[in-house]
Write a protein that binds this ligand. Structure first.
Ligand SMILES: O=C(O)CCC(=O)C(=O)O
Length: 257
């Protein structure tokens, strides 16, 4: 299976509209991949809080339209990262969109753990409630977003729902880059699953982004890791390795809680 993680630079000198066009073109360039992954809140920037309200869109808004077409043009499964979604009741959510190769919205996921403690996303956005998995021909994907990476129980829930590949878009800051790579490996090892974690590059709202998108196999080996700048990280992996790892080292069967 071939996956491309598009680590976009999210800087303030590019408009949302032109970034959407640019990213759609990068997605189309990935024709031939099975799965393409974009980062969290790449239209606004994960730390550009004022943009959440200004740029919020309905689930089937402009990003949905452009990304559905890009997925079908490229013929790929597309985890289109997340958007600031405005729900019909006015609540904002950090919502991921997952398209099939025909451009259908196969799933959406509202981020469960909102970041910021008593500010930012944690107060501006509503909390998602549902775990989401998506069945691809080669693997079952479980989705999570950025700060969710710190909450192992969410990933256990995804594994219980059948997840073998964990896809995690993020806008992780450079300041805590060591946590990002450590936690990505930890989630892979403890769940005996592939982890595909796609971050952003650039600087917005004075927060330099970590980049360093990473793909980890079920044994915890890093298959590929990006640098700090804009980059497309492409990796081939065998989804069958999940079943082999879980059979040869059946630690998941020893869970007692
Ligand atoms: O947990 C972290 O250190 C970063 C989380 C974050 O930036 C986010 O969820 O947007």
């Amino acid at each position: 299976m071939r996956a491309s993680l598009i680590q976009i630079a999210v800087d303030e000198d590019e408009s949302v509209e032109s970034r959407r066009r640019r990213v759609a073109s990068l997605v189309r360039d990935q024709a031939g991949a099975d799965l393409v992954v974009l980062p969290e809140l790449w239209t606004t920037g994960a730390f550009a809080f004022e943009g959440f309200g200004n740029e919020a869109e309905p689930l089937e808004g402009p990003t949905h339209e452009v990304m559905a077409k890009a997925a079908s043009d490229a013929g790929v499964w597309l985890h289109a990262g997340s958007i600031p979604e405005r729900a019909p009741d006015g609540t904002l959510y950090n919502t991921s969109l997952f398209f099939s190769p025909s451009g259908e919205l196969a799933a959406s996921y509202r981020k469960i753990h909102r970041f910021g403690f008593d500010k930012g996303e944690a107060v501006l956005m509503g909390r998602g409630e549902d775990l989401v998995t998506v069945r691809l021909p080669e693997t079952t994907v479980g989705v999570a977003t950025c700060y969710d990476l710190r909450f192992p129980e969410l990933f256990r829930g995804l594994v219980d729902a059948g997840a073998e590949t964990l896809v995690i878009p993020a806008g992780w800051p450079e300041r805590r880059r060591a946590h990002w790579t450590l936690l990505a490996r930890a989630r892979a090892v403890e769940n005996q699953a592939f982890v595909l974690a796609c971050g952003t590059a650039g600087t917005h709202a004075r927060v330099p982004q970590a980049g360093h998108s990473i793909v980890v196999d079920p044994w915890g080996e890093v298959l590929a890791e990006a640098g700090a700048g804009e980059e497309i990280l492409t990796v081939e992996f065998d989804p069958g390795k999940v079943a082999v790892t879980r059979e040869q080292f059946p630690a998941l069967k020893d869970r007692v809680l």
